[in-house]
Ligand binder design. Structure first.
Ligand SMILES: C[S@@+](CC[C@H](N)C(=O)[O-])C[C@H]1O[C@@H](n2cnc3c(N)ncnc32)[C@H](O)[C@@H]1O
Length: 232
């Protein structure tokens, strides 16, 4: 890995702003919360350069589990990546906004739907992204999900995850507190259930027949976020 993806830098400010603009309300008096949130997130979090790097050069369709506002779709298209994209999330309000904004921004081959991963798993063949979502499922659901996802990977497909790992240190504690607060203030409808350890994830992904690569992806944030890329 050679670019900003490796150094843990976020998207350049101009690129972050271009994406955030799509989240501006249609009317000047409309709600600008998503616009400010998206701009701040993309300018400060190294997540997307890391994920874009991992998917670059692949052609398999991408299923984004727990897609939120669909920022991965925007960053893929901005990066010139044209894989068919499908985002699912159990927050129907976010899915509605994600779909509206993707249409307004003219993103091609992009679809969104409401799915609760705690009890349903979409059918898919191709790459899978699971970005900052795993901790909202209990340990058993995480295991079931990852085994099912492993069976979706064919050809050049990749599993690209960012996970908040349970490492016991200050970063892990900060992640837990922030996730809990996000749920209490209502930004995150789900409450965190289980933070996996690196060893636990390596064991599950290994059992599922995948080769995995782990590296820290927290940049200047205080969280214990790791990028995990897996393939057959
Ligand atoms: C921290 S956000 C990450 C959003 C997106 N992946 C990103 O990186 O911008 C976690 C997302 O997981 C979703 N989520 C949590 N539990 C879920 C579940 N059981 N099924 C589907 N989505 C879920 C939340 O609604 C939220 O959008």
């Amino acid at each position: 890995m050679t670019d900003a993806a490796v150094s843990g830098r976020p998207l350049p400010a101009g690129r972050a702003k271009d994406i955030a603009r799509a989240f501006l309300p249609n009317l000047p008096i409309g709600n600008r919360y998503d616009y400010y949130y998206v701009g701040a997130k993309l300018r400060s979090d190294p997540l997307y350069p890391g994920v874009l790097h991992a998917l670059r050069g692949t052609t398999a369709p991408v299923l984004d589990l727990g897609c939120g506002l669909g920022l991965l779709a925007h960053t893929l298209r901005q990066d010139g990546q044209s894989q068919v994209y499908r985002g699912v999330d159990n927050d129907s309000a976010k899915i509605l906004r994600a779909g509206r904004v993707a249409t307004k921004a003219g993103l091609r081959d992009t679809h969104f739907e409401v799915v609760d991963l705690a009890n349903t798993l979409p059918t898919h063949t191709g790459s899978v992204a699971i970005l900052d979502v795993l901790q909202y499922l209990d340990a058993e659901s995480q295991r079931g999900l990852l085994h099912a996802v492993a069976r979706m990977l064919e050809g050049d497909a990749r599993l690209v995850m960012r996970a908040a790992l349970d490492g016991g240190g200050r970063r892990s504690r900060t992640t837990r507190i922030t996730d809990r607060l996000a749920n209490l203030i209502g930004w995150m409808g789900s409450r965190p259930r289980h933070y996996p350890t690196r060893e636990g994830l390596e064991a599950i992904l290994g059992e599922a027949g995948l080769r995995t690569e782990f590296r820290p992806l927290y940049g200047n944030t205080p969280f214990n976020h790791w990028l995990i890329v897996a393939q057959r």
